[in-house]
Design a protein around this ligand. Structure first.
Ligand SMILES: O=C(Nc1ccc2c(c1)CNCC2)c1ccc(F)cc1
Length: 345
């Protein structure tokens, strides 16, 4: 991060948000907590400095394209994009529970029933991404956040890819975190992204249930060998069903590996009289639902325009100040909060 960036945020950001402390910093991004002034709602602002992105600049475009296309209860919602000649600012849904990684560490490991709850959420989110033609390619507990209801939100599509044919198009880039990377990814062979994501989910499930990684070594070459051998210890305390699911995902041969459809119908996910995982309902995509005209009416008063002028600005879904206001108002409403918008004029 350059010093310069910390001193000045875009006026567009300062005008409508009160930027607070840093809540995360990854490779080429810093995440700040911010308050959306109009609604008082907390948001996360992912700030990326263009000139320090270098060849990663295209990854930001990939992440933006992915986030614009994805709308799901277990994917962190994009609210607004503010771009300047030097910065990208992605205003995202805030997840107050922080990273699943910290949640596991704090408990050493999860009890089976809690792992099932979380893993079902991850499985439906990944199935939805794949159905929309996106591969995540960096599935790990650090990229899964907890919201106020302790439900998971998937973040960080910075390594995502959208091959033309998500099921068959071969990918070549070796990326993601080594410990979660599939054997075919680290061996540099062309690979199918969906299959690689399913391997990562096997590593993730193992980490949830055991509190440590199946393949781990400080020496990267050794770690790669362990992954390619695909041999790992299964602690005795794991149930047979969960061990079988992990085995189905951690198949070195991607053609023998479970698919996300196998996953969604696996006994371990559909066990203990759990209802079968609901197929994605397109009404989950807020853009497919009827517009909440009460919210649009409040927005029209706020901006001092007519309802008929306000409506097209909302359904335009430009991820601008209208999108963030509409989505923040909906979220506040869902959480039972009454938001009184002040008049801007
Ligand atoms: O909400 C986020 N992070 C977050 C939120 C709360 C807390 C943390 C991170 C970490 N410390 C505990 C509290 C967040 C949201 C979107 C995103 F792209 C990246 C991060």
């Amino acid at each position: 991060m350059t010093k310069r960036m910390l001193l000045q945020y875009p006026p567009e950001l300062e005008k409508r948000y009160t930027v607070k402390e840093t809540i995360g910093s990854g490779g080429f991004a810093k995440v700040k907590l911010a308050i959306h002034k109009a609604t008082g709602e907390k948001v996360a602002v992912k700030v990326m400095c263009k000139d320090s992105l270098g060849e990663d600049l295209h990854r930001v475009q990939l992440e933006i394209d992915a986030l614009k296309s994805l709308s799901h209860r277990h994917i962190c919602q994009l609210y607004e994009i503010i771009e300047t000649p030097v910065l990208f600012c992605l205003i995202m849904e805030y997840a107050p529970g922080g990273e699943l990684f910290d949640y596991i560490i704090a408990r050493d490991r999860l009890k089976e029933h809690e792992a099932v709850k979380f893993f079902r959420q991850i499985a439906v989110a990944v199935a939805y991404c794949h159905s929309k033609g996106f591969i995540h390619r960096d599935l790990k507990p650090e990229n899964l956040l907890l919201d106020e209801q302790q439900n998971l939100k998937l973040i960080d599509f910075g390594l995502a890819s959208k091959p033309m044919d998500v099921k068959h198009q071969l990918l070549h880039t070796c990326c993601g975190s080594p410990a979660y990377a599939a054997p075919e990814v680290i061996s540099g062979q062309p690979y199918i992204g969906t299959e690689a994501d399913l391997w990562s989910m096997g590593v993730l499930l193992y980490a949830l249930l055991c509190g440590f990684l199946p393949f781990d070594d400080d020496n990267t070459a050794t770690l790669y060998r362990l992954i390619q051998e695909g041999k790992y210890k299964v602690p005795d305390r794991l149930s047979k069903e969960s061990a079988r699911l992990i085995q189905g995902l951690l198949q070195v041969d991607p053609k023998r590996r479970l698919t996300v459809t196998d996953l969604l119908t696996h006994p371990w996910l559909c066990s203990n009289d759990r209802p079968p995982v609901q197929p994605y309902d397109i009404l989950e995509d807020v853009r497919m639902r009827d517009v909440d005209m009460d919210v649009v009416q409040q927005m029209a008063v706020h901006f001092g325009v007519s309802l008929s002028d306000m409506h097209p600005l909302v359904v335009n879904w430009a991820f601008d100040k209208y999108t963030v206001l509409y989505l923040s108002m909906l979220k506040a409403k869902e959480n039972g909060k009454i938001v009184k918008l002040s008049r801007l004029w």
